[in-house]
Design a protein around this ligand. Structure first.
Ligand code: HEM
Length: 577
């Protein structure tokens, strides 16, 4: 009997092969995009080619671009898993899940990153052991003596207490005072009453004024007598420090380590001089609780040094901590200040409206009621919109024990990252149908005109729950390290789904126990600084230059506050009173 030829694999023509391949590829892509969980319950795994290393290189090379790419590949997943150097890293894309993680600070730990900062800013082996005492870690070094001290949490509470209330007011007062002094020095009141226009890059001007005012407010004036270059040094440190974090070898890349060592040396000198000045009675006030003096600067700088010294942290470790604080203040708040001020002068209607809000807060020709400034609706909306549009905070955590949240399984010792920028640019959250200006990649000054009372109230509520979880089961903290309650209106009444989603999705300051302790100062220095600047200076955008360079956008090469990616050329002159 003659057998009929059957359709064998070998007889299928190449176009059919190709078609089958394309269909399989799309089926595979569809299945990974629509799989809500992996087979073991973890968030779906993003496929990778290089074993062990996985996505490590893409993540280091361009963290914002990589995270954006992952989100676009998994648009309907609340979380995904990526492989980085042999470990799983969960990227969280769902705002509600992020809030649950922030609240569980006993299981989603920040201390491993605090420890990493301690090490990379120059802490010694002994300092690292002190820092691990009572820290929340997956595994503690077996040599560490655990005596119930809880050093890191104590420091965090001390920080929070010294950046609120009267301490916050003093830091703001010193900042504004120095800013005024610097503006007056750069743009003196003209003798003949006719000030000259000067051409400059506005971004550069803001960067230099704000850097000097924040360092002097925090560290005092004496530091400039032996380290006048500190304002330039901090930006050199900012551009080189990520290489130390990424563990570039010092033999091949000596510069970042050289810059860091210079900072450590100078900050050791700063602390020695402040101690000597105190012992020699050079500091005028003998009130041990004074808020500011020229040697220690703000009380927070003094108390941070004393806190570290009390626990036996070395001079080098203390200098490293100071370096981290100065860097934290400058590198996050100053780029956001630049974005707010750029957007103000770029839009004549906004400029006019802000002038009228500022005039309502004036207490004299050049003085302001700061409490009023930070509650003006348009000013506040500009600030929140700049935080939404121009920050990329990663909020890293490590999972302590296996747990299940939001339908996902999170495995012990894996890492978590909440890429806030993704939540802050999600069209479903921010875009209002029929309103072109509301597109999330655009800066829309009116976006937050309905206020942010709910945002802050929600963060405080989250923080209280996180603190309670964190402290439960941890060694008890001394009374002076207990957090003070911050007064915020509670969230009242039911909120629409849209508002709830927006409240949960604005995450520039992280959340939980480690929510940024400097956020209130950041608000004051950015809005108070903007009002101070507009009262003293006239600023006009140079249209031909704007056409040539284009409108500044957030520069995505960095995390935290995002700098404008190009200059904004303006004419500036002293305002005639
Ligand atoms: C717009 C400006 C700022 C942004 C976007 C920002 C952002 C952040 C973020 C994302 C965290 C980590 C939160 C977490 O993952 O839970 C953080 C922590 C922190 N920030 Fe800020 N920050 C800003 C300004 C400041 C300023 C001006 C100060 C100091 C005056 C400051 C002091 C701190 C401190 C001390 C912590 C550590 C909190 C702790 O562990 O106790 N920040 N900040």
């Amino acid at each position: 009997m003659e057998l009929k030829p059957t359709l064998s694999l070998y007889t299928v023509s190449p176009p059919i092969w190709l078609l089958a391949g394309i269909l399989l590829f799309f089926a595979w892509r569809w299945s990974i995009r629509h799989h809500k969980v992996s087979s073991n319950g973890e968030p779906p795994l993003v496929p990778y080619l290089i074993p062990w290393l996985g996505h490590g290189f893409s993540l280091i090379n361009d963290i914002n671009g990589f995270v954006e790419w992952v989100r676009s590949s998994f648009p309907s997943s609340g979380a995904v898993t990526v492989q980085v150097a042999g470990r799983h890293l969960y990227l969280i894309f769902d705002a509600k899940l992020a809030s649950q993680i922030y609240r569980r600070s006993d299981n989603f730990l920040f201390d491993p990153f605090n420890l990493m900062v301690f090490r990379t800013t120059g802490g010694t082996k002994n300092d690292l052991e002190i820092a691990q005492n009572g820290a929340r870690l997956v595994k503690t070094d077996p040599n560490v003596v655990v005596d119930g001290t809880h050093f890191m949490h104590g420091f965090h509470i001390m920080t929070k207490n010294h950046l609120s209330g009267e301490f916050l007011e003093e830091l703001t007062r010193r900042f504004i005072e120095t800013l005024c002094k610097e503006i007056d020095r750069n743009f003196p009141i003209s003798k003949n009453g006719k000030p000259e226009w000067r051409t400059m890059d506005l971004c550069h001007l803001i960067k230099s004024l704000w850097t000097h005012a924040s360092i002097e407010a925090l560290m005092g004036t004496n530091i400039y007598t032996f380290w006048p270059e500190i304002d330039d040094w901090i930006w050199e440190f900012d551009s080189t420090f990520p290489m130390i974090i990424a563990q570039y070898p010092s033999l091949l890349f000596p510069k970042p380590y050289k810059v860091r060592e210079e900072g450590i040396r100078k900050l050791i000198d700063w602390e020695r001089m402040a101690r000597e000045a105190e012992e020699e009675g050079k500091i005028k006030s003998d009130d041990p609780n004074r808020l500011w003096d020229p040697y220690w600067g703000h009380a927070y700088s003094r108390e941070a040094s004393k806190f570290y010294a009390k626990f036996g942290v070395s001079e080098r470790g203390r200098a490293g901590n100071k370096m981290g604080i100065i860097w934290g203040i400058a590198a996050n708040a100053i780029p956001v200040a630049m974005q707010v001020i750029n957007q103000t002068v770029l839009n004549p209607t906004t400029l006019e409206e802000l002038h009228s809000e500022i005039s309502r807060c004036q207490t004299g020709p050049l003085s302001l009621d700061m409490g009023k400034v930070t509650t003006q609706p348009k000013l506040k909306s500009m600030f929140l919109e700049a935080l939404r549009w121009a920050t990329a905070s990663p909020s890293p955590r490590v999972v302590r024990e296996d747990c299940e949240i939001g339908g996902y399984r999170f495995k012990s010792n894996s890492m978590v990252m909440i890429p806030a920028r993704i939540l802050q640019l999600e069209p479903a959250t921010w875009e209002i149908p029929g309103n072109e200006q509301s597109k999330p990649d655009l800066f829309w000054p009116e976006r937050f005109l309905d206020g942010d009372q709910e945002h802050e109230a929600h963060r405080v509520d989250e923080n209280i729950e996180a603190e309670a979880n964190h402290i439960a089961g941890a060694p008890s903290s001394p009374e002076e390290l207990k957090p003070r309650r911050v007064q915020v209106e509670p969230i009242s009444g039911p909120k629409s789904k849209d508002i709830q989603r927006r409240i949960l999705s604005l995450r520039p300051f992280g959340g939980g126990t480690t929510i940024c302790s400097g956020r209130h100062f950041a608000t004051n220095e950015i809005l108070g600084g903007l009002a101070t600047l507009l009262l003293r200076l006239e600023i006009e955008v140079i249209d031909e230059e704007l056409i040539k360079h284009g409108v500044p956008q957030p520069d995505l090469r960095k995390q935290g506050g995002l700098f404008p990616d190009r200059p904004l050329m303006v004419r500036v002159r002293r305002r005639m009173s």
